[in-house]
Design a protein around this ligand. Structure first.
Ligand SMILES: Nc1ncnc2c1ncn2[C@@H]1O[C@H](COP(=O)(O)OP(=O)(O)OP(=O)(O)O)[C@@H](O)[C@H]1O
Ligand SMILES: [Mg+2]
Length: 227
């Protein structure tokens, strides 16, 4: 489904590479957790996959489609990738429905309304479409952010510490709900997390990134090997 070949990346103002020769392959529907110390390069890896940063070396394929290699670079909005980042807040001045519709470019109004209803159904918040974000609990906001991330039917979902803004009492139920939805729709997912419990209970596979170098951890029941 997604394949990274020899990906190396260096920020313009950095003296060393932030990602060093990353090779990774995920099958359709697999959930990968990315762990490792702060500053190791986890968020950078997601940014490179999303097309927000351009690697200096390496190739990325999504299915048969080449997203990036020497001379080829597909822009983020054309990649078919859904993102749910920690600071990727809902627009406060837009209703739930408008927040979700925002990413549905290329659909007419009827199609957009239908899709909003569908994804709200997936996250069990159909009756909330007219509410504003401040009228929702933290967990409900998180579910709406997930609904927005999956609305355009992305092929892969990238999550960067999606639970770090949640209170402890909400954490477990929201985590279980979000992963229930991810498993239900069977979307291939890469999730950065500081929480070893997310990695071991929710992921099929776990990689650790330390100083830009990735290695697979044998933490889960279903380890399929890191190439
Ligand atoms: N825009 C940038 N320009 C230059 N250096 C950056 C930039 N963004 C991140 N870095 C550096 O790249 C390294 C990797 O950062 P990254 O955000 O990928 O780490 P991380 O593993 O996600 O850390 P954390 O767990 O703290 O979120 C760090 O040393 C960071 O300072
Ligand atoms: Mg990070």
């Amino acid at each position: 489904m997604i394949k990274l070949i020899n990906i190396s990346f260096q920020y313009d103002n950095a003296s060393t590479e932030t990602l060093k020769n990353i090779n990774l392959e995920l099958e359709t529907g697999e959930v990968l957790a990315v762990v490792g110390p702060s500053g190791g390069g986890k968020s950078t890896l997601l940014r490179v996959i999303a097309g927000l940063e351009k690697p200096k070396v390496g190739e990325i394929f999504l299915g048969e489609k080449c997203l990036c290699k020497k001379g080829t670079f597909v822009n983020p909005e054309k990649r078919g990738i859904g993102m749910l980042f920690q600071d990727y807040a809902l627009f406060p001045h837009m209703t739930v429905a408008k927040n979700i519709e925002y990413g549905l470019i290329g659909m007419n109004t009827t199609e957009r309304k239908k899709r909003v209803k569908e994804v709200l159904g997936l996250v069990n918040l159909v009756e909330y479409e007219k509410r504003y974000p401040h009228e929702l609990s933290g967990g409900q906001q998180q579910r709406i952010a997930l609904a927005r991330a999956i609305a355009a039917t992305p092929k892969i979902l990238l999550l960067d510490e999606p639970f770090s803004n949640l209170d402890t009492h909400l954490l477990q139920s929201v985590r279980e709900e979000l992963f229930g939805i991810i498993r239900e729709i069977g979307i291939t997912t890469i999730m950065v997390t500081h929480n070893p419990e997310d990695a071991t209970t929710q992921a099929d596979r776990v990689i650790e990134i330390v100083e830009g170098i990735a290695s697979e951890k044998n933490w889960t029941k279903n380890n399929k090997g890191f190439i």
